[in-house]
Design a protein around this ligand. Sequence first.
Ligand code: CAA
Length: 382
Amino acid sequence: MDFSLSKTQLEVQEKVREYAQKVVAPGAIARDDSKEFPEEIVKGMAKEGFVGIPIPKEFGGQGLGYQEYAIAMEELSKVDAGVSVALTVNTSLYGGTILTSDATPEQIEKFFGPVIRGEKIGCFGLTEPSAGSDVAGALTMAVKDGDDWVINGSKCFITNGPVADYIALFAYTDKDLGPAKSMACFIVPTDTEGLVFGDRHNTSGIHCGQVGEFYFNDMRIPNENMICESGEGFKLAMKVLDSGRIGVAAQALGIAEGAFEIAKEYMKERVQFGKPIWKNQYLGFKMAELEIDIDNARHLVYRAAWERDNNISTYGISAAKAKLYASDCAMRVTTDAIQVMGGSGYMKEYQVERMFRDAKITQIYEGTNEIQRLVLSNALFR
Ligand code: CAA
């Protein structure tokens, strides 16, 4: 058993850490206030090769794995989860859908190549007003018409949606069979006629991440944009989420680590009753417990990524555990980071209150933690 990172993993960690500290960290507070999408940074991360970390070299990626990708997500999320969420959607949700589907090498180059190179942005179109946790409640439907599909319906809570060039769109094709048995997947350029951008959602956290809705009114998509046949789309979405949850788990881990470091530094400097506040046993012990909590989360995240890279069939289960634990850990750590810093923790300039708001969504997206418990309990008793 070896718990150390490999030479390549250490190099990825160092490169992404440097980028996160130099390029991402300086504007984090301003971006939280302005809620503006950091297009230059998001496309810049792709140009640095971050989107392509776990993508095979033949498709223009770095040919590394989910372990290196998790490390990258962790480093970026230490400073700004609003930025890292755009990476995880591009890589593991949008790209993951294409690579896990039946897409041909030509379709992969056409639809994912520009995202890997930082020319375009992708998003994952699964959730609908009637289909959040219950994916089979989807209403968006595709009907074959000659060589095209005509799609009607809507999607909501789509991260990257308002700025996306492409959607990996899930729609079902047979009224009698219903979504679970007839779902398909299409790549839809967002300038397609019949596609209407809806509202950009006003979120509690991840302010610079863009989350929105789409409406499809008799939108025509050529058959050549279909990447997953009718009937296989539901399982495709489930498989993509099995991997995607590793990205969210790593994001939550990074948020926890970022908030922990800020609180730790503050506690060394802040003097009350004639001593640095960490010397109050209650506060010092609290930090010791949080550090164990973060260690537990890190081991779960890295193990899920390692299982994914080594084709171990339980990686989806491990990803659910990692996502559930790390996101709950991020809430515990950010909540306590505010508390141990007192009034300062509640101030925007110390950043832990932003991290607290950002942490909350990691308990919700890519499957609420209740859904993770459902996945885990089903696996236990199957
Ligand atoms: N891999 C492969 N196949 C799977 C699977 C998996 N992980 N999970 C289920 N399946 C298969 C089942 O074997 C079954 O196949 P058969 O019909 O051949 O038997 C089929 O899929 C249906 O499975 P279930 O009966 O278990 O389906 P269900 O309707 O009960 O739902 C669920 C299962 C786990 C609750 C699922 O709906 C789910 O994961 N919900 C959460 C959705 C989610 O995570 N949404 C996140 C949206 S994306 C997002 O958040 C992005 C963002 O903003 C960043």
